[in-house]
Write a protein that binds this ligand. Structure first.
Ligand code: ZN
Length: 96
């Protein structure tokens, strides 16, 4: 049995394998071509058989997108940390 890739449903004429990432909360798959974000297992994806061209395309997109995804992850971590430190500083107890 051959492997299948999850591909983006937004552009069928140019097939792009989705990249699995945890950079976007609630969406484990991301399309580097159109910025579509979708989740697992109920997300909107299209299965495509993994041939050599698709494997190469996936490898190139993954390598090109890596710095961008790292920045997105760091941005999310930074926002979460500032929220936690803000919450620790004031506390919800004072709001009640
Ligand atoms: Zn797409």
């Amino acid at each position: 049995m051959e492997a299948a890739y999850k591909t983006c449903p937004n552009h069928r004429e140019y097939v792009v394998p989705l990249i699995m990432t945890f950079a976007f909360p609630g969406a484990e798959f991301w399309c580097p071509y159109c910025n579509c974000q979708t989740g697992w297992p109920f997300g909107n994806t299209v299965e495509a058989m993994a041939d050599e061209e698709l494997a190469n395309r996936r490898r190139v997109y993954k390598r090109m997108a890596e710095p961008y995804l790292i920045i997105i992850k760091l941005s999310f971590i930074s926002r979460t940390r500032s929220f936690v430190s803000e919450w620790r500083g004031h506390g919800f107890r004072d709001a009640l």
